[in-house]
Design a protein around this ligand. Structure first.
Ligand code: SF4
Length: 276
């Protein structure tokens, strides 16, 4: 059995920075709170809980004077004010690329643009970015464009992990709808490279394995990309998924993991495949 592992697999820069940072903060403070899961990966989450991270869903759950970590996805601007009022010590691991999106949204709003944020409405990064101006419309798919009003000037920006192919289609359709429109393609380079490589590998192999948390949006996108090219494709969280056995029937297996998947999970899966 030949196994092809994507070079762009695993933690992206922003996630690696947040996880390493949180581990250092636990050593220093013994217990830290984190607003939402650091990554969409259940295995990583429970490991961090064991070490002393308490995950909370809202800043209202955080006690005054605690230490609160902001994850790579970032948060809305009002969270910083609330934390300040509660005398919470904030440790901010918002990915610098996400900070750039916040900055650009604020600038565009100040310059009178209607802002369209392309992304998934319920994704934490999108929820956070939306909180940097009052006039941000989230656009999830090309089908939603017809429902948009006519605006004088429009500024478009994108969730960092959005599908590049889908973005290009939406960009084309928006250009037809609005005369005065400005685009910032803020899809992260690591996302684009990962998606391109995923498609490439899925085309070449007999069977494709996508690894990542069940709630991870970027992993789900990798699965969609791979599946559109190769129907012999599964998405799994770790080596304990029984569907791995399907690989026995095939000669070449492709592997790509999402931005929130630690390297050791990929290694465990590869070891299991090699031992089959
Ligand atoms: S995908 Fe890119 S933008 Fe998002 S956290 Fe990772 S490095 Fe940052």
């Amino acid at each position: 059995m030949k196994i092809v592992i994507g070079k762009n697999s695993g933690f992206c820069f922003g996630v690696r920075r947040a996880i390493t940072g949180v581990e250092e903060q636990i050593k220093k403070y013994k217990q830290v709170e984190c607003l939402g899961h650091l990554v969409h990966n259940e295995v990583v989450t429970s490991e961090l809980e064991e070490k002393g991270v308490r995950f909370v869903n809202s800043i209202s759950e955080v006690k005054n004077n605690s230490v609160l970590v902001i994850r790579a996805h970032g948060v809305a601007e009002n969270i910083y004010k609330e934390a300040n009022q509660k005398n919470i010590k904030l440790i901010d691991y918002t990915c610098p690329k996400v900070c750039q999106i916040h900055k650009k949204i604020k600038e565009a709003a100040n310059n009178g643009y209607q802002i369209i944020l392309i992304g998934k409405k319920d994704h934490p990064e999108v929820i956070g970015s939306k909180g940097y101006a009052d006039n941000v419309i989230v656009l999830e798919s090309i089908d939603d464009i017809d429902r948009l009003d006519n605006y004088n000037k429009v500024f478009v920006i994108v969730q960092t992990t959005f599908s590049y192919d889908k973005y290009k289609l939406i960009e084309e359709a928006l250009r037809k709808k609005y005369e005065k429109i400005q685009f910032v393609n803020s899809i992260c380079e690591s996302t684009r490279l990962r998606q391109e490589e995923c498609k490439e590998i899925a085309r070449k192999v007999d069977f494709m394995i996508i690894i990542g948390g069940t709630k991870s949006s970027n992993t789900q996108k990798l699965y969609d990309i791979a599946y559109s090219t190769n129907k012999n494709c599964i998405m799994i969280q770790d080596e304990n998924d029984d569907r791995i056995k399907e690989c026995k029937k095939y000669d070449t297996i492709g592997i790509m993991s999402g931005a929130s998947t630690p390297d050791y999970i990929v290694e465990n899966i590869v070891n299991k495949l090699n031992n089959m």
